[in-house]
Design a protein around this ligand. Structure first.
Ligand SMILES: [Cu+2]
Length: 291
């Protein structure tokens, strides 16, 4: 991320904090947005221990040794702060209206644009996180791969499954664009239909060079808010992968969410990073009555 981007993000975030100099703490000392956790699948917690180790060292590296002290910095580097940042066992606090503390955003950032993207900060912080990765060539193949059991309508941008086992790949901000979209089976944000009861796995790859992205299936409104996880929850147990960091020379981060499409209905998939669904990272996900 270039310095001007950091400044833009930081300024807008400072506006969002409405003058608060640090994390908005409640009586418990926790920042806002720590309540009402949603269930996370076991697969999303793979590597959680090593990820926490990464988190501690990364935060110290970015924000200094004082991370280990008391106050909000000490809380932020605690297991509770880690959960607030990552959403292990719940929606990340910063996706639920929580605010990044000022020291993470940077000094002198008041009064800038409203186009701040917290995904820029998180993508940078998690760029070197542990976890599986793919090469850019693998990501390109995955984004264009049509699952053998799927029925595709390119013109209508639909992908329909009638099988009880559904495997998809979704590439966030794919090379060649469009930016801030998902490429699935060679299409931009296609409408996905699966039968009720289907076992669904979706491999998510973050191909965006400078922004974190994730994917959540929710029952929230069609036109998403800036912060959709304020009003939505994962529709099914396991239907969330909160975010993946920026690619590095080691490859592009990838993760797979798995869930059972238990109840017929109309849902949406979206990127839960604030602002991204509004920019276009969303599409329909329909669970049809099994015939
Ligand atoms: Cu995103």
């Amino acid at each position: 991320m270039i310095r001007s981007q950091i400044r833009t993000l930081a300024m807008a975030a400072a506006v969002a904090t409405a003058g608060l100099g640090a994390i908005a703490c409640g009586a418990s000392g926790q920042p806002a947005g720590t309540t009402a956790p949603a269930t996370m699948p076991a697969s999303s917690q793979v590597g959680a221990q090593s990820s926490y180790s990464y988190y501690r060292s990364m935060m110290g590296r970015h924000f200094g040794g004082s991370m280990m002290g008391g106050g909000s910095r000490g809380w932020m580097i605690s297991p509770a702060g880690y959960r607030w940042m990552t959403g292990v066992n719940g929606v990340p606090g910063w996706m639920r209206g929580g605010r990044f503390p000022a020291y993470m955003i940077g000094p002198g950032m008041m009064g800038t644009s409203a186009s701040a993207d917290p995904g820029k900060l998180m993508g940078r912080l998690w760029a070197n996180a542990p976890g599986p990765r793919v090469t850019p060539a693998q990501a390109a193949r995955a984004g264009n791969q049509v699952p053998p059991s799927a029925h595709i309508n390119q013109a209508a941008r639909t992908i329909t499954f009638t099988t009880g086992s559904v495997h998809l790949a979704a590439v966030a901000s794919p090379a060649g664009g469009p930016d801030e979209t998902f490429r699935i089976a060679g299409m931009v944000n296609p409408k996905i239909t699966v039968p009720a009861g289907a076992q669904v796995s979706i491999q998510v790859i973050n191909a965006d060079p400078d922004t974190a992205h994730g994917l959540v299936i929710t029952g929230g409104p069609r036109r998403s808010s800036w912060m959709p996880m304020m009003t939505s929850r994962p529709a099914f147990t396991g239907s969330a992968l909160w975010f993946l960091g920026n690619p590095t020379t080691a490859g592009m981060h990838t993760g797979t969410l798995t869930f059972t499409a238990a109840a017929p209905g109309t849902y949406h998939y979206l990127c839960p990073v604030p602002g991204h669904a509004q920019k276009g990272m969303t599409g329909l996900f329909t669970v049809s009555n099994a015939s």
